[in-house]
Design a protein around this ligand. Structure first.
Ligand SMILES: *[C@@H]1O[C@H](CO)[C@@H](O)[C@H](O)[C@H]1NC(C)=O
Ligand SMILES: *[C@H]1O[C@@H](CO)[C@H](O)[C@@H](O)[C@@H]1NC(C)=O
Length: 724
């Protein structure tokens, strides 16, 4: 009789630790890989070994189990189904029996256990090919992980069991033993029926060891079931999983892996399966599904998803009872030398591990690129340009003093003078009635010139004057990456090529400043052209200076002249007059006085015509000078003195005017001005005669003498008129 529909399902423990939770753990701090006992609920294997059967069949469906293990990743509902309970059988019902082929003493449980024939069979049994002996001639039978049923066999021959185990999907071990069984179902009316020696093989989806020897028999009514000659065998053919390395058997030790070369925890977490047989493919399915899940659901912090490249699977036992198949998953393959955990205690409970194997991904051992050795290559390989973090550091400079300079620009204009002179006329000669030429009536004789050479005057600074015009103013690929596919190099490198470049920006606070204002002057010289009148007289004769360049510089000179006709003012007349370089014409005596005063003046000559009394000056090498011309017929001749001068130590100033006297209007004088620097601000203009007690003053140090001005002073009438 078999268990109806006894498809054995497995269930997952710790749903809270489903793969989604593992994913969340991917970036968590390193955890020990010791079994988290708090997470493992007490588990009593639902091994229901039904006695009195010739066989009990429990099947394992690996396809369903593996796909369920994988499907659990997405939290799909899992089929959880308890096996059917067997119906109680009627007391005294005949049980299947077998012949006592070895004449074992079944008279009592103790005799049965001590039977030497049974012991001899057990001790002499040949270990079947593909299996290893776990225990021999025990008085107990195993209750292990992954119950797959049992059967009675006709002889104590482990090879029969091995062949059967080989045919059972998921079978990894078997236990062959003698069992003292009742011939009928013990119960009312047959509480201690006669016994027979049964030979049984139980089949297991997990390994056997002495810790599994927990079934020493039991009372069934008054009948004592006993065990003898119990041998355990576990397969030595380890599961090969496509895509994974040949499993490495770690026996009772499990991994306690270190962090990787970048200090990252390679332990990803675990899954615990139970009520299934031990099947490493559950782990590989979970491992693969975990990788797929993590790729599909990358960490929100932008880090790379952790991929499962290695797992350690084993049976976790609590006090010798298999609790389930444990799968520890890792991102990197580790050497078996890290399999150092052989058990833990909690209170009086002892947890041990058995049937431990490790598997690694054959194409990718999960070794990462290491920041310590591979950064340069990786940065170059993936062309990683670190993002720049800007650190602002502030800097307050020391207080400073700022000198603010205000430049006052003085514009000085230097003109190039274009001089316009009057058109010349033929030399004027006078002929007497017989045609004899006479020049006397048109010329002036210089009787003497006087240079007062004032010693208190500052010496004029000689200048170099123009002779014309007025002087006017690959990396190599490291060996470790040689056989890596590009995708792996990229993924691995992108984990370590995560640096940030730092740039420091200095934020400079403004320094406390003291501002000191300084004023400085600067002169800008502007060159311009100016049309100025040249010597105006049509036929000028120099009294001093020269149109071809004054031979010297002259100051304060005055000249005694003999005129062809008398001139005068206020009734005082004379043809012996004095011509002052300082802009005056005087009668009878001259003067060199250069400091002009208001009129009347008591120092200068008695009768003086002041065309422009100032400290005038003639500079050497210029056309500056005093020129005269006499025109008109005798009786109505006109005498003109043209002053074409600068001023003492004011060589860029110019004073250009003509004083005109009339032969037929003695006492009347005209002053005509062409260019006067500062328009008369330092001059006296007018006429005086102390002896006549009269004077006419047009201006004294007033800026009223403008170019073009013509003043007519009629000393006889006592009038001054002007035009321009
Ligand atoms: C092994 O790793 C590679 C690279 O990540 C992956 O593509 C492959 O699926 C893995 N193999 C298994 C069996 O998980
Ligand atoms: C003309 O000539 C002069 C010489 O210069 C004489 O002195 C004059 O007397 C003369 N006059 C006449 C009218 O002959």
């Amino acid at each position: 009789m078999s268990i109806n529909g006894a498809i054995k399902h497995f269930k997952m423990l710790n749903k809270a630790l489903a793969f989604s939770a593992l994913a969340a753990l991917a970036a968590a701090a390193p955890r020990p890989q010791l079994i988290n006992l708090d997470e493992i609920p007490d588990y009593t294997p639902t091994v229901t070994m039904v006695p009195g059967l010739t066989a009990q069949v429990v099947t394992y469906d690996p396809t369903a189990a593996i796909s369920a293990a994988a499907a659990d990743v997405t939290d799909s509902p899992l089929l959880q189904e308890k096996r059917d309970l067997l119906q109680a059988r009627a007391a005294c019902a005949a049980q299947p029996t077998m012949a006592n082929v070895y004449n074992i003493d079944v008279s009592s449980a103790s005799a049965f256990r001590a039977d030497t024939i049974a012991a001899g069979k057990a001790n002499n049994a040949v270990t079947p090919s593909g299996y290893a002996l776990n225990f021999q001639n025990s008085g107990k039978a195993s209750s292990a992980y992954g119950y797959l049923g049992y059967q009675t066999v006709p002889s104590y021959d482990p090879s029969i069991c091995a062949n059967k185990c080989n045919s059972i999907t998921g079978c990894l071990a078997f236990n062959i033993y003698f069992e003292r069984d009742p011939t009928v179902e013990p119960g009312t009316g047959c509480t201690n029926p006669s016994a027979f020696a049964n030979i049984k093989c139980s089949y297991w989806g997990g390994n056997l060891d002495t810790t599994t020897l927990t079934n020493g028999g039991q009372m069934r009514s008054s009948f004592e079931v006993a065990i003898a000659g119990s041998n355990g065998y576990t397969t030595t053919k380890y599961q090969v999983i496509s895509g994974y390395t040949t499993p490495k058997f770690l026996n009772t030790a499990v991994m306690n892996a270190p962090t990787d070369c970048n200090g990252a925890d390679t332990y990803m977490g675990y899954k615990l399966f139970n009520e299934a047989v031990f099947d490493a493919r559950l782990c590989s399915a979970a491992c693969d599904a975990q990788s797929a899940y993590n790729i599909a659901n990358p960490p929100s912090d932008g880090s790379k998803p952790k991929l499962c490249k290695f797992f350690n699977t084993y049976i976790l036992n609590k006090n010798g009872v298999g609790q389930g198949q444990y799968c520890s998953m890792y991102t990197e393959q580790w050497s078996s030398t890290y399999a150092t955990n052989t058990g833990q205690n909690r209170g009086s409970d002892k947890y041990t591990m058995s049937f431990s194997f490790m598997y690694g991904n054959t194409t990718d051992d999960g070794t990462p690129a290491c920041a310590s050795t591979d950064s340069a290559f990786c940065s170059a390989y993936i062309n990683y340009i670190p993002p720049v973090s800007t650190i602002v550091s502030s800097f307050t400079p020391a207080p400073t003093t700022v000198t603010s300079t205000q430049v006052n620009v003085v514009t000085s204009t230097i003109y190039t003078a274009t001089i316009t002179a009057a058109a010349g006329h033929a030399a004027r000669v006078r002929r007497d009635g017989n045609g004899t030429e006479t020049g006397l009536d048109y010329s002036i004789s210089i009787i003497e010139s006087i240079d007062p050479s004032y010693t208190n005057k500052p010496v004029d600074i000689p200048q170099t004057a123009s002779s014309t015009g007025l002087a006017r103013r690959a990396l190599a690929t490291p060996a470790k990456f040689a056989n890596w596919p590009a995708s792996r190099i990229s993924a691995s490198c992108s984990i370590i090529a995560t640096g940030r470049a730092t740039t420091t920006v200095v934020s400079t606070a403004s320094a406390p400043q003291t501002t000191v204002a300084v004023t400085s002057a600067s002169t800008t010289t502007v060159y311009g052209t100016l049309t100025v009148p040249g010597v105006q007289l049509a036929s000028p004769t120099a009294i001093i200076g020269s149109l071809s360049g004054s031979p010297g510089s002259y100051d304060d000179l005055y000249y005694h002249l003999d005129l062809p006709f008398p001139i005068g003012a206020f009734g005082k007349t004379s043809s012996s007059i004095w011509l002052e370089i300082n802009g005056c014409v005087s009668l009878n005596t001259g003067f060199g006085t250069y400091s002009n005063t208001v009129l009347p003046n008591t120092v200068i000559a008695d009768t003086t015509l002041l065309g422009y009394w100032d400290d005038l000056y003639i500079y050497q090498g210029t056309q500056q000078g005093i020129y005269y011309d006499i025109t008109g017929e005798v009786g109505s001749r006109v005498l003109q003195f043209e002053f074409y001068t600068s001023a003492f130590q004011r060589r860029t100033e110019y004073f250009h005017f003509i004083m005109t006297f009339y032969e037929n209007q003695v006492g009347l004088v005209k002053y005509k001005y062409f260019d006067i620097s500062y328009n008369g601000l330092s001059a006296t203009v007018g006429a005086q005669s102390r002896s006549a007690g009269k004077f006419l003053q047009y201006s004294f140090n007033q800026a009223v003498i403008n170019p073009g001005l013509e003043i007519t002073i009629d000393t006889n009438a006592g009038t001054m008129t002007h035009t321009g």
